[in-house]
Design a protein around this ligand. Structure first.
Ligand code: NDP
Ligand code: 2IT
Length: 450
């Protein structure tokens, strides 16, 4: 990667040399470093104080063995991770991902992105991420419980309500958070807000389940309004994924007057030109933990196609990738542009490859980067921490109104930061810069330990 600045180039080249196998982390770090070149050039303290070298190296990386017993009585072993990336502006905060593709590189990319995302929310949260290569798919409830208990037995030594507060991500929802919370409480004899995304009966926040998907739509609505004098109303929308983020993005886009016509899982995608029936999707995915293919069998007039990438060939006005990283490559991006899209809003973390982002930017379509437009989940996690600290519950309406306000504020921070550095309309650069500025200021103020 070329940066046109010798300091930034040196930082990136150093990372590439030290972590040649960490493809996802290098992709995320390269993207952020590229946006920061004008900031570095305007502020010599950044180089002098080694801010970029420090911010790209986690404060702490914890890797551990997770042994558990399956239903047949056999011992299984997975690997657990928690990367505590940056605590300059608050306790480490970020989700846990349980998926067979989890590696240190994946957790590092997610933890790195989380630093800037959490800063953008305006709330006092540092960046972290964790997870395991455990695959919850096809496991019984009892197996998932034993895995979560074993995972937390080690993780509990490293987290705490004022130290590090994990939450959900791919493969970790209310069920897993509940089992992990129970184990933490058993081990520590403490009832604290050590995890977010908890059940509503034990400290969870209303609207946390909906927050990422709803927040994504609030952000995109504001982007459409401010940059194109437009809105979701009357638009067709393609959404990838069929999990937590995709489901609640579908719900909010529909409430805002759009018609969502496609969803997918890792096996294939469905198209329903009459508009996705979300009650059917919720029944299949949230209640039965089934496959999205079932939808086509239950809803006449809808179709199922094997394979995921075909979803980007489905014509729509707005695309919201909400499944996983690098799900939109250059070819898929070209299809989206050829379909006449007006906007792409990232719900998943880093769903578009750098080549895909270039295609969108060259075509002049609106593009909102993940760390800005999917920050609603962690923002409401921050509000859950506030409620836990004051031992109160806020109403759904109160949390939802705060979420909408935070998402609009994030849009304007990104827009304004891009404009300030001469890149008007480039929300990728704006999000990286606006997220970085607060963390950088805090790091400079706190000095380093000799
Ligand atoms: P879920 O586990 O609830 O759902 C993930 C969905 O994406 C499932 O439908 C899954 O299909 C699909 N998926 C996963 N991997 C792939 C793949 N390789 N190819 C195609 N589809 C895939 O996770 P979430 O909805 O919580 O997370 C989705 C994305 O949003 C992730 O990138 C996550 O990091 C991000 N995110 C989540 C937040 C949250 O609050 N939950 C907050 C901010 C970002 P299948 O069932 O077949 O695996
Ligand atoms: O990627 C993310 O922002 C999340 N998975 C949510 C993290 C959180 O702490 O709520």
């Amino acid at each position: 990667m070329e940066f046109g600045n010798s300091y930034v180039q040196g930082v990136y080249d150093g990372l590439a040399k030290r972590y040649p196998e960490q493809k996802e982390f290098l992709e995320a770090a390269g993207n952020v470093l590229k946006s920061l070149v004008p900031v570095v050039e305007a502020n010599p303290e950044i180089e002098k104080q080694g801010i970029l070298e420090r911010i790209t190296e986690p404060e702490r990386t914890i890797m551990f063995r997770v042994p558990w017993v399956d239903d047949a009585g056999k011992v299984q072993v997975n690997r657990g991770y928690r990367v505590q990336f940056n605590s300059a502006i608050g306790p480490y905060k970020g989700g846990l991902r349980f998926h067979p593709t989890v590696t240190l590189s994946v957790i590092k990319f997610l933890g790195f992105e989380q630093i800037f995302k959490n800063s953008l929310t305006t709330l006092p949260m540092g960046g972290g991420k964790g997870g395991s290569d455990f695959d919850p798919k096809g496991k019984s409830d009892a197996e998932v419980m034993r895995f979560c208990q074993s995972f937390m037995t080690e993780l509990s030594k490293h987290i705490g309500p004022d130290t590090d507060v994990p939450a959900g991500d791919i493969g970790v929802g209310g069920r897993e958070i509940g089992y992990m919370y129970g184990q933490y409480k058993r081990l520590r004899n403490e009832f604290t807000g050590v995890l977010t995304g908890k059940g509503l009966t034990f400290g969870g926040s209303l609207a946390r389940t909906e927050a990422t998907g709803y927040g994504l739509c609030y952000y995109v609505e504001e982007m459409l309004h401010c940059m194109k004098n437009d809105s979701f109303k009357g638009k067709t929308v393609v959404i990838s994924g069929a999990g937590n983020v995709a489901i609640y993005a579908t719900e909010k886009a529909t409430q805002l007057g759009a018609k969502v016509i496609a969803l997918c899982d890792s096996n294939g995608y469905i198209v329903d030109n009459n508009g996705i029936k979300l009650d059917v999707v919720k029944q299949i995915k949230e209640v039965e933990r089934g496959r999205i293919k079932e939808y086509a069998a239950r809803v006449p007039g809808s179709e199922y196609h094997e394979g995921c990438s075909g979803i980007w060939g489905t014509k729509a006005d707005i695309y919201l990738p909400c499944a996983t990283q690098n799900e939109i490559d250059e070819d898929s991006a070209k299809k989206i542009v050829a379909n006449g899209a007006i906007a792409v809003g990232e719900g998943a973390n880093m769903p578009s490859t750098p080549e895909a982002i270039k295609v969108f930017q060259d075509a002049g379509i609106l593009f909102s980067p993940a760390k800005a437009s999917n920050a609603g989940g962690v923002a409401v996690s921050g509000l859950e921490m506030s409620q836990n600290s004051e031992r109160l519950h806020w109403t759904f309406e109160e949390v939802d109104a705060k979420l909408e306000d935070i998402m609009k504020t994030i849009f304007h921070s990104c827009y304004d930061a891009a404009e300030k550095y001469g890149m008007k309309g480039n929300l990728v650069a704006g999000a990286n810069i606006a997220g970085f500025e607060k963390v950088c200021e805090a790091m400079l103020a706190q000095g380093i330990a000799y």
